[in-house]
Design a protein around this ligand. Structure first.
Ligand SMILES: [Zn+2]
Length: 447
């Protein structure tokens, strides 16, 4: 598969630190002290995954980037360039290189982000949706309240793309576009038809408006696909961060040096802290049927923020028999979980996954959902939800923990092969006993 990397950005804020270096050539050191430019680390990771044919679109200090990487042969790659010397908008170049792209889907990556991603996994996801023209790499971040949001259906098709200025629902899933895409080139041909422009004219003056014709990726190519089931969100906890400011650059350097950037690539096994919901994250109210009753417990956001910064994944594992009982629909449960993510996001914390069991074994109650009244494999104390998360996110259970306030949590954790922590002063064979999630997380991180 071919890869296009948009490396023309000026990076004005970060350039205070490196006035003579284009942003993609800014150096970082890995945990072994080896120093390479950010883009070189990314290219090497792409090469190692089989993506060795790359085209870089460059403009700001183009010649420095070209002389640094050359034709790529030193890295065992084939690197070509499209030098943009007229303003084309960030997607204009795609129309100029339309022939080079051919007819198969390609990776389109924004070099403004620092990333280390298992792209084969993302491409498999793209291929699994036969109607997909685009797959967006999406992830939760620590500041969803001032980020653009991607809203998707249960099948992951993108239904809305909200900028940070747009009105948003009160409660929303923490799902942010990261600037990494799989794109079917048919999208370019469809866009030409839809917008009725001549690709030759991009970068030239529009005779009607007298303005330069530029093409913007998000606004003109991608957003029009919302609601059409042609664009899908690929949720991943892998490392993708902007390093546009000196502070963010410092964080990226720390993360590289700590080995966090490559460790989070899903081709490497992950470690997770699995967290029960009711009584652990939110105040216990018996069966939680009303969204108003959902309230975070004290210290929970701080605890999850610490998990986020630690290299562990934060994954919720919860029994929700209220669905089988017919008291809460799946849509209502999703909204409750959106509230959980919104409240956590307001405090800089995020979840890497939410797994729930909607089942209940006992039949014969009024209003119940018969098909969910089964003896399933996922209701805690069974380990099914943990095993499913482990499968989805390549989690090594022996390096992971289950934390909860009940016997079900400890038993499920042990059956799955995890360490366990109990938020109750009782002995059920757990390794850590604590009163609150924060206390348990502090103990796990010191373990
Ligand atoms: Zn179940």
């Amino acid at each position: 598969m071919k890869t296009v990397i948009m490396a023309g950005g000026k990076g004005t804020r970060i350039s205070q630190l490196f006035p003579d270096i284009p942003k993609p050539l800014i150096p970082v050191r890995d945990k072994n002290g080896v120093e390479k430019s950010v883009l070189e680390w990314e290219l090497l990771s792409l090469r190692d995954q089989g993506y060795s044919e790359v085209l870089l679109t460059v403009s700001h200090m183009a010649e420095k980037i070209q002389s640094y990487f050359g034709d790529g042969s030193k890295m065992g790659m084939k690197i070509e360039y499209f030098v943009e010397d007229e303003p084309l908008g960030n997607a204009g170049a795609l129309f100029k290189i339309r022939e080079w792209l051919g007819s198969d889907p390609f990776l389109l990556l924004n070099a403004d982000a620092v990333f280390d991603v298992d792209f084969n996994r993302m491409v498999d996801f793209h291929k699994s949706h036969s109607d997909a023209l685009v797959t967006l790499f999406t992830h939760p971040n620590s500041h969803p309240y001032d980020s653009g949001l991607i809203i998707a259906e249960d099948d992951h098709s993108v239904s809305a793309w909200l900028t940070k200025e747009d009105n948003r629902p009160q409660w929303y899933k923490n799902r942010v576009n990261a600037g990494l895409h799989v794109v079917d080139p048919a999208l370019l041909d469809m866009t030409i038809q839809r917008m009725e422009f001549n690709p030759e004219d991009i970068g030239g003056i529009d005779p009607k408006t007298q303005k330069v014709i530029k093409i913007d990726l998000d606004r003109q190519l991608l957003k029009p696909l919302c609601g059409l089931h042609r664009m899908y969100a690929y949720d991943s906890p892998e490392y993708v961060k902007d390093m546009g400011t000196p502070e963010r650059y410092e964080q990226v350097c720390k993360d590289y040096f700590a080995g966090v950037v490559s460790a989070k690539n899903l081709s490497n096994s992950q470690k997770a802290i699995f967290i029960d919901r009711d009584g652990t994250i939110n105040k216990y109210v018996g069966f939680l049927n009303h969204i108003e009753d959902f309230e975070l417990l004290p210290g929970v956001a701080e605890a999850i923020r610490k998990i986020n910064e630690s290299g562990f994944l934060a994954v919720v594992i919860t029994n929700q028999p209220v669905v089988a009982r017919g008291e809460v629909s799946v849509a209502e449960l999703n909204e409750i979980h959106d509230k959980m993510e919104t409240l956590l996001g307001q405090e800089g914390a995020y979840l890497d996954g939410i797994y729930y069991c909607p089942h209940h074994p006992d039949k014969g109650f009024e209003g119940e959902v018969i098909e969910l009244k089964i003896d399933c494999d996922c209701r805690k104390p069974k380990p099914g939800l943990i095993l499913r998360a482990a499968q989805d996110l390549n989690i090594d259970l022996t390096r992971s923990w289950m934390v909860g306030d009940g016997k079900n949590d400890v038993t499920a954790g042990k059956k799955a092969g995890c360490h366990t922590a109990l938020l109750k002063r009782e002995s059920l064979g757990q390794e850590i006993t604590a009163d609150y999630l924060l206390e348990a997380v502090d103990a796990i991180l010191k373990w």
